[in-house]
Write a protein that binds this ligand. Structure first.
Ligand SMILES: *Cc1c(COP(=O)(O)O)cnc(C)c1O
Length: 355
């Protein structure tokens, strides 16, 4: 149990109006959670303070060697005004897995959840209620030792900030166009691909820019060695429905284990849809698209939940999925998961946690 001190802002911001589109990640709430770490002392001084800039030395290790981790989850307002988190224990478990991989000290799971619930409660008024909106929660840890040598830091800051976000697709589920990257790679086995850390994103930017220039909104990564097996998309895991079967790449060490991915696999199995987690080559996808058995493609992630894919571009080949529309399984997954998140659908998994 943390003893969290709460210092409320004396200068509250004006809440965004109901007509504000809440563009993803642009608006921040009045408060933030922060806690320090020091070797020999452990995590200490957990507190909620007004949202404000950090005061760090330019020599802080995070700026030079990238020792940082982050998580992403959401809080939802139900029709009765309750606040729900979706499977937060999965994010917390994954946070500590990331921490172990990049030598950041772990945080007690109960303390982590308590910190999330506390900051969400303090900024409860910021949780938007319009259809499709939610409060995005961004916990992260940075290394703060003022030191220009390479080793794990002895000091860290754990921070949670909050951002009200709008519907990812204000006009409904819109299929995205995806660029299959064959020049750059994101991660290799033994690397940090399965850790949620900024370094994986900086590795992906060059390709993202290239894809945007070509008119594609996201990049699909192939494996770093043979450039032949499907890994994942930018910040989403990827699913294919081929000839009645739902397939997704197995967690091989270089893919981020998404909470949405896990939820989709679980629901498909419950619905009696055959599912497989295995290696999927790009040739298999190309052949399926040529033979007309590539029925649906969708990405999964906290931000968009389900993101239907309408087109894939691989070298000079353009693969169309279902005439660019939304498939029935993608739509049912989206409706079910968002229904559970909003407390509208009863479920036995206990996937929602009340704040
Ligand atoms: C966060 C993330 C995902 C999606 O994970 P969710 O838990 O479903 O939000 C997928 N890929 C990468 C690289 C990510 O960082």
């Amino acid at each position: 149990m943390l003893n969290i001190k709460i210092e409320k802002t004396k200068d509250p911001k004006v809440l965004p109006g109901t007509d504000n589109p809440l563009k993803f990640g642009t608006i921040f709430t009045d408060h933030m959670f922060i806690m320090n770490y020091e070797s020999g002392k452990g995590w200490y001084d957990p507190r909620v303070i007004p949202y404000q800039p950090l005061n760090l030395e330019p020599s802080a290790m995070v700026f030079h060697y990238g020792q940082e981790m982050f998580e992403g989850l959401k809080a939802y307002k139900t029709d009765e005004g309750r606040t729900l988190l979706f499977r937060p224990e999965k994010n917390i478990e994954r946070a500590n897995k990331t921490n172990r991989r990049i030598c950041i000290p772990e945080i007690e799971e109960e303390d982590f959840l308590q910190a999330i619930k506390t900051i969400v409660k303090v900024d409860d008024a910021w949780i938007p209620t319009k259809e499709g909106t939610s409060l995005y929660i961004r916990p992260f840890i940075i290394a703060t030792d003022p030191f220009l040598g390479v080793r794990p830091s002895d000091r860290y800051l754990f921070i949670i900030i909050l951002s009200p976000v709008g519907a990812y697709y204000p006009e409904g589920l819109n299929p995205v166009k995806i660029w299959i990257e064959d020049e750059y790679v994101r991660a290799v086995k033994g690397g940090i691909g399965e850790a949620k850390t900024g370094a994986n994103y900086v590795a992906s930017m060059k390709s993202q820019v290239k894809a945007h220039e070509e008119g594609y909104s996201q990049v699909l990564w192939l494996d770093g060695i043979e450039r032949r097996y499907i890994e994942e998309v930018g910040a989403m895991n990827i699913f294919f429905k081929i000839n009645g079967k739902v397939v997704t790449p197995e967690l091989n060490g270089s893919i981020l284990p998404g909470v949405t991915r896990d939820s989709v696999l679980c629901l498909c199995r419950e619905w009696g849809i055959p599912t497989e987690e295995r290696k999927i080559s790009i040739d298999e996808i190309y052949e399926a698209s040529q033979s007309g058995t590539l029925e649906e493609v969708w990405g999964t992630g906290t931000a968009a939940v389900i993101s239907p894919v309408g087109q894939l571009r691989w070298e000079q080949n353009i693969m169309q999925v279902q005439d660019g529309g939304i498939g029935p399984v993608s739509q049912k997954l989206y409706d079910t998961i968002t229904g559970i998140q909003l407390g509208r659908i009863k479920e036995e998994h206990n996937w929602t946690v009340e704040v």
